[in-house]
Each structure stands twice: as structure tokens, then as C-alpha cells.
Design a protein around this ligand. Structure first.
Ligand code: FAD
Length: 416
């Protein structure tokens, strides 16, 4: 760490952002006996981490089998022990289910996509099972008769992300982490190439005394650039809105079912989440008619079982997307500021590995897996982009729902 982190400071580490990423990192650092403060503008888990679908599904998600896929798969493999620790320390169940994920084909396009998934994953030696229409309908009653076959991925899982983030915060708190909810970090003070302190403001608008610490971790999701832009750092993280619908169901959905970009996710007790959209509409969290229409139309094609279900609620969350859709991890130009942001569609999946790597980096100065590809300094500022820091549109500002957003986002995975 370069200096004794337990010297006379307000904290050893200040984590900015109490989403799943900030909470998971705080949890790991507290296990290493550091004095950690988490600053959260709202409630822990109140943004993307609470809005997500909770799929832990690198095989169901990824289309490229590169180092990023390996990072995602490594995080999936950490999940069982991660959940065990969090549940034990928090005393809360996080609804972690290991029943696999079913991808189905209800039209020619789905079928072509699934054939490609099947070919490429088989080539990679990844385990997956081809199911006939009969077998798909046996596993999940109520799917459309148009569903003609499917792929079952036993290794992919899902979790109740709201409960997970809450449990992480509780476990971290029990280990001594101080959560300052409704407290925004408003400014980082940098002197001599180091952050010396962070200014904060309470929800009431009152400014508090600055907090000094040995290290600062920026885990503020799609708002991360608000704190780096005043320091002249270029961090192309922007919000990508995802809308979700929740229904009550008389029967449990036995597992996650997805077709193309649309999916159904079981949520206890007897709820079904239906998602989603991928829209570049700035920091707007509205649920829109267009968003709901796009989700329902997509889901209807393979899951008419929704037609009699009682609507419960709908919401939107802002995924932290980056210019290359990869996370931002590690040190940038400032000596004691670590970035842990930009997890886009995979922050729930990536929480365990991110927490492990960031805590290793802070505690030992190195990581057990290379994070070079995710370094914060990899982005080259373009003059046209500067105006977008902290506002909208690094990739375009128009709203995009349904299939068109996939093209805007390049080919790094499906929508979650
Ligand atoms: C509809 C939808 C579905 C998704 N489905 C999945 C899925 O199935 N699987 C998956 O792996 N991922 C999924 N994701 C993505 C996942 O939700 C995100 O990648 C993840 O939640 C990012 O976590 P985070 O902690 O970085 O961000 P956030 O959860 O947004 O947390 C950042 C926190 O920082 C706080 N903050 C911001 N600025 C400040 C400040 N200045 N001071 C103090 N606090 C601040 C915010 O209030 C917020 O609570 C989905 C996302 C959406 C929207």
C-alpha cells in the first residue's frame, strides 16, 4: 500500500458508492481489518444494483470467448462461496439459485442465434445441453407453441440482487464498515498526485467536514465521471437505461428463460421479472410506454404465460456503460485512487471477482488476475466527448429499445 493504512486518518479507505460493487469491496476490505467508510448518495443498492435482473450467466450472456468472458466465468465460480460468506455474516438469505438457465428459440432469428451459441460454446468445450421442444415445454409449462428447441446451461445461476446488495451492506456493517447513507461525495481534493480528502454533502444540503483516508475507491456506477471530470480525468462512463416489469405468478417459474434479448427471471415468492431495454437517454430513470411495449412484445413471442399474470410494478435502472463496454478497474493517474466502475450489464455477476481483485490490489499492490485491459487510463479523450462527461451520450444520446440497441452497443453480450 506504500504507507501504513492505519495511520491517523478518518478512515483507511473511503468507498464512494454503495451499490453491489462498493458494498462487495467494503466487505472484503473490512475482512482484512481496514477501517472503511462507504459514502452513498441514496440508500445502498438503490440504483442499478437494486434494479437488475440478477442473472449470473456468462454462458447465457456472452458472445465472445475472450479474457473478459474468463473474468465473468471466474466470478460466477466464486459465487457459491461468496454467497455462503455473505449469508452467514449477514444472517440474510440472498435467493441464490443454481438451477441453470434455459435459452429458447421461438422464431428463425432466435434459432440462428442459438445455433451459433451452440457451435461456439461446444467448440470452447463449455457444457450445455440441447433440448427438444417437448423437453423445453416439460421444463417450463406455458411457453409459446412456437418455441421449437432450446439450450440449457446448467452452470449459469441467478440471485436476488436487491437482497444480495442489502445483505452485503449488512455483513460489511457487522465487520465494522461505516455506511453514510444519503451522503454524496461532492469533490475529491488532490494534492501532490494523491487524493487527500473527499468533501461530502448530506441529503439536507448541508456540507460536512471533509473525510481524509489513505485510499479512495470510486464505485459510483454511472455517476463516477462526476467526480473525475473536475480533476481533468477522462472517464467515459455513461448511463444505459434498462426497464423491468414484475408480475405476480400463481406458480413459481422453475428457472431463467431467455429468447434473444428478452428474458423471464424467477423471483421469490412467486414473482417473475421480465426484461429489458437498453437506452441511452441520459440520467432519466422514467419507465416509458415505449419501454414497456418493447419488453412485453419481446416476451410475448416466447412466453404467453404472462397474459393472465397480475402486474405488480415496473422500474428502470441505469447501467454504468463505458466506451468499450468493459469495466474500469485499478489505479489511474492519482496514486491512491482506485476505480471500480463501468460494469455495464454484468455488475451483479462481476461483484465477487471485482471485490477480490480490488482488495488484493489495495492490500498487496498486485492482483491474482491481470486487470491491465480494464485500466482507467486506456481511454483516449476525443474533443467531442469532453462535453459528455457527466451528461449524456458517449455512444449517442437517442433512446434505443429492443434490437436496435444491440447494434449501438457493439457485440459484447446480450442485454441484461
Ligand atoms: C434492468 C437491468 C438489468 C440488469 N441485469 C443484470 C443481470 O442480470 N446481471 C448482472 O450481472 N448485471 C445486471 N445489470 C447490471 C448491474 O445492475 C450493474 O452492472 C451493477 O449494478 C453496477 O453496480 P455499481 O455498484 O457499479 O452501480 P450502482 O448500483 O449504480 O451503484 C452506484 C452507487 O453510487 C452512488 N453514488 C453515485 N454518485 C455518488 C456520489 N457522488 N457520492 C456517493 N454515492 C454516489 C449511487 O447512489 C449508487 O447507489 C442490470 C442492470 C439493469 C439496469
Amino acid at each position: 500500500m506504500g504507507e501504513n493504512p492505519s495511520s491517523a486518518r478518518t478512515a483507511d479507505v473511503v468507498v464512494i458508492g454503495g451499490g453491489v460493487i462498493g458494498c462487495a469491496i467494503a466487505f472484503r476490505l473490512a475482512q482484512a481489518h481496514l477501517k472503511v467508510v462507504v459514502l452513498e448518495r441514496g440508500e445502498p443498492g438503490g440504483e442499478a444494483s437494486g434494479a437488475a435482473a440478477g442473472m449470473i450467466a456468462p454462458q447465457g450472456e456472452m458472445v465472445n470467448f475472450d479474457a473478459f468472458f474468463e473474468l465473468c466465468a471466474a466470478s460466477r465460480d466464486l459465487y457459491p462461496s461468496f454467497v455462503e460468506e455473505v449469508e452467514e455474516l449477514s444472517g440474510e438469505s440472498v435467493g441464490y439459485r443454481r438451477d441453470g438457465i434455459l435459452m429458447v428459440a421461438a422464431d428463425d432469428q432466435h434459432s440462428r442465434e442459438l445455433e451459433e451459441v451452440s457451435r461456439s460454446q461446444t467448440r470452447q468445450g463449455l457444457p450445455l445441453e440441447r433440448l427438444t421442444a417437448e423437453s423445453v415445454h416439460e421444463r417450463v409449462p406455458g411457453l409459446s407453441p412456437a418455441v421449437r428447441w432450446g439450450l440449457f446451461v446448467r452452470g449459469d445461476h441467478w440471485v436476488d440482487n436487491e437482497r444480495l446488495t442489502r445483505a452485503l451492506a449488512k455483513a460489511a456493517e457487522r465487520l465494522g464498515v461505516a455506511f453514510r447513507a444519503h451522503t454524496a461525495a461532492t469533490r475529491l481534493h488532490v494534492a501532490g498526485g494523491r487524493v487527500s480528502s473527499v468533501e461530502t454533502r448530506s441529503a439536507s444540503g448541508a456540507a460536512n467536514s471533509p473525510i481524509s483516508a489513505g485510499h479512495f475507491i470510486l464505485a459510483a456506477g454511472c455517476w463516477s465521471c462526476e467526480l473525475t471530470a473536475p480533476l481533468g480525468m477522462y472517464l467515459p462512463v455513461q448511463p444505459c437505461r434498462g426497464q423491468m416489469i414484475e408480475f405476480e405468478s400463481p406458480r413459481e417459474l422453475p428457472l431463467v428463460v431467455r429468447a434473444g434479448h428478452h428474458y423471464l427471471v424467477p423471483r421469490a415468492p412467486r414473482r417473475i421479472l421480465v426484461g429489458t431495454t437498453a437506452e441511452y437517454a441520459g440520467y432519466q430513470k422514467e419507465v416509458t410506454g415505449e419501454g414497456l411495449r418493447s419488453i412485453l412484445e419481446g416476451a410475448w413471442r416466447f412466453a404467453p404465460l404472462l397474459k393472465d399474470l397480475r402486474f405488480r410494478r415496473a422500474w428502470a435502472g441505469l447501467r454504468p456503460d463505458t466506451a468499450d463496454h468493459l469495466p474500469v478497474l485499478g489505479y489511474g493517474e492519482v496514486e491512491n485512487l482506485i476505480f471500480a466502475t463501468g460494469h455495464f450489464r454484468n455488475g451483479i455477476l462481476l461483484a465477487p471477482v471485482t471485490a477480490r481483485l480490488i482488495s488484493e490490489l489495495l492490500l498487496t499492490g498486485s492482483t491474482s488476475r491481470s486487470i491491465e485491459a480494464y485500466r482507467p487510463t486506456r481511454f483516449k479523450a476525443r474533443p467531442a466527448d469532453d462535453s459528455t462527461q457527466g451528461s449524456t451520450g458517449l455512444l449517442g444520446s437517442s433512446a434505443a429499445t429492443g434490437e436496435s440497441a444491440g447494434a449501438m452497443n457493439g457485440s459484447r453480450g446480450k442485454k441484461t
